[in-house]
Design a protein around this ligand. Structure first.
Ligand SMILES: [Zn+2]
Length: 561
């Protein structure tokens, strides 16, 4: 009944009518020859003006999204099916993603929020409501001048219960310990965590919620004669009580760190580094945290400098192992990351009590032994027991240990129990919706956060060994599918894929994430729970890594340790 009422309300909504009227513009019917001429002229124009072509494609994609929405509104039966809403939302979102600062971006963001709000009225799920609020909030943050601003604010008020009629509805109870932050309306810096080696530093600022931030390198050059200083300014923030001071270790790149008030409602984080070769600052969602990665100037490593210089050349692609071979870069140290752990169990298996965190640890430990025995390489586990590690800590371990490869082990999950097979990922924009959903699950965040991340991903990947990662993924996936004992049956090859995983962000070596099998599939879950199959998977991954290593550095197997 509620659904029907909503359908009526929706079809009569003046806002919806306005939007529909503005885009339902059909092209007049033209004589065929004239049409052809127009099309030809247009194609020539597009060739001559690629940016105009891009703009046109975006406008066309937006019109298509509107048409899909219009069709959805005309079909009450389809409106009852969640998938149609999601497809429509995806169309609007892709318009935004194609040009996040373009002229259609605020329109597309608003429509994405609007559709989630409408979907929430049908589904009643808090996730849909949160998505709507988040998209409205993003619209307000990124486009303060947008004509949709007041509608977005109103939408947030209605959905979060700030509106009078909805007061208290679906609102999370405020905990006492947070009230201090809320009354001051400043966002607390809850923790500052540091990892530092002589050449690399990662600093993570955990915030109570999202805040605007800015960063810069001290422009005057060196501080105190020999250090370089990096600032991160957090607006509308205050310092939490549990912030621990940084204790520098001998030889670390990070020499000193300080968190201090910066005016009445801001916080400044000051990082004094021995040197700064390059750095990047990015944020992750749920909980909101800001990650600062700094790589110091390499010392006595001419080949490394040359390698990074080569990588930065625009348009440079690394031919099959050629660059690595040329520079004689071997693989000596591999960091293996068993997914999840401790309070984060990962996906639950088809069988009661089978958890992703335990299966990944078993496989990773076996893999570490094989890497040491077969490849003669050093293998380091990010965790060797049932302990919790944040995703950013895992990458920090790989970077501070100067690992040559980083391999994160996971088991897949799907609402359809029949889903099965293996797939291997490397860091990039997501290639399909399944990859987005998987990344959202592995990142313990929402699909919206994934699209947020994609906005900044190209910037983040400047120093990533993307082409090497793709090749490593190819070897491992190939072995995962073909190097198996026939007694276990064929493994479905779900291929090498791309997605933005938090755990791979900022890794400075070739890095992959392997989804070894579906823990939600009855057959694969049973097998994953046996030592023999865990051994089998570890063997396959080790074989894939070995082939990659031999390819980039044929003598490494002979050289051994
Ligand atoms: Zn996982």
């Amino acid at each position: 009944m509620g659904t029907r009422r909503w359908l009526l309300a929706c079809s009569r909504s003046p806002q919806t009518s306005m939007m529909l009227n503005s885009y339902v513009k059909r092209c007049p019917v033209l004589p065929v020859r004239r049409k052809c001429l127009l099309v030809f002229s247009f194609l020539v124009m597009l060739t001559l003006h690629p940016s105009r072509s891009h703009g046109y494609q975006i406008q066309r994609a937006y019109r298509n999204a509107q048409t899909s929405f219009e069709q959805l509104l005309e079909d009450p039966e389809r409106q009852e099916v969640r998938r149609y809403w999601i497809e429509c939302i995806r169309e609007f979102r892709s318009v935004y993603m194609a040009q996040p600062k373009g002229p259609m971006a605020d329109d597309a963001l608003f429509m994405t929020a609007h559709l989630f709000a409408k979907l929430y009225e049908i589904s009643g799920t808090s996730q849909d409501r949160q998505e709507a609020v988040d998209y409205c909030q993003r619209l307000l943050n990124r486009f303060p001048e947008s004509e949709y601003g007041s509608k977005a604010s109103q939408c947030i008020a209605e959905l979060t219960g700030d509106g009078r009629e909805n007061a208290g509805r679906n609102r999370a109870p405020a905990e006492n310990k947070n009230s201090r932050v809320q009354t001051g309306s400043l966002v607390e810096v809850k923790a500052v965590r540091f990892w530092s080696s002589p050449t690399y530093t990662r600093v993570v600022l955990n915030m109570a919620s999202e805040v605007p931030y800015a960063y810069k390198l001290w422009e005057e050059g060196e501080v105190d004669g020999e250090l370089e200083r990096l600032f991160i300014d957090l607006d509308h923030a205050c310092i939490g009580e549990r912030i621990k001071p940084y204790v520098p270790s001998a030889g670390a790149l990070l020499q000193n760190a300080c968190v201090a008030p910066h005016g009445p409602d801001a916080v400044r984080v000051i990082l004094d580094m021995k040197s700064v070769h390059h750095y990047k600052v990015f944020s992750l969602a749920n909980p909101f945290r800001i990650v600062v990665d700094v790589r110091g100037v390499p010392v006595k490593k001419a080949s490394k400098i040359r390698y990074e210089h080569e990588q930065k050349k625009p348009g440079t692609t690394v031919p099959r192992g050629a660059l690595a071979k040329q520079l004689a870069l071997g693989v000596n140290r591999i960091v293996i990351d068993p997914g999840h752990g401790g309070k984060d169990p990962g996906a639950s298996g088809y069988l009661n009590g089978v958890l992703e965190k335990n299966v990944t640890l078993e496989i990773a430990q076996r893999l570490a032994r094989k890497i040491q025995e077969q490849l003669g390489c050093e293998a380091i586990l990010t965790r060797d027991g049932d302990t919790y590690l944040s995703l950013e800590e895992r990458t920090a371990i790989a970077n501070t240990k100067n690992a040559d490869l980083f391999v994160s082990i996971h088991t897949n999950a799907h609402i359809k129990m029949a889903s099965h097979g293996a797939e291997t990922y490397f860091l990039n924009l997501a290639t399909d919706e399944d990859a987005i959903l998987l990344a959202a699950r592995e990142n313990a965040t929402s699909a919206k956060s994934i699209s947020d991340l994609e906005d900044i991903l190209s910037e983040l990947m400047k120093n990533a060994k993307q082409e090497e990662s793709r090749r490593l993924a190819g070897y491992v996936q190939e072995a995962m599918v073909n190097e198996r004992n026939p007694q276990y049956g064929r493994v479905k090859d779900k291929g090498v894929k791309e997605a933005p995983f938090y755990v791979l962000l900022g890794a400075e070596m070739p890095c992959i994430l392997v989804e070894v099998a579906f823990i939600t599939n009855p057959g694969e879950c049973r097998k994953l729970n046996t030592a023999a199959y865990q051994e089998e998977i570890a063997n396959a991954i080790a074989t894939g890594i070995q082939r990659y290593v031999e390819d980039i550095h044929p003598t490494v197997a002979e050289v051994g340790i």
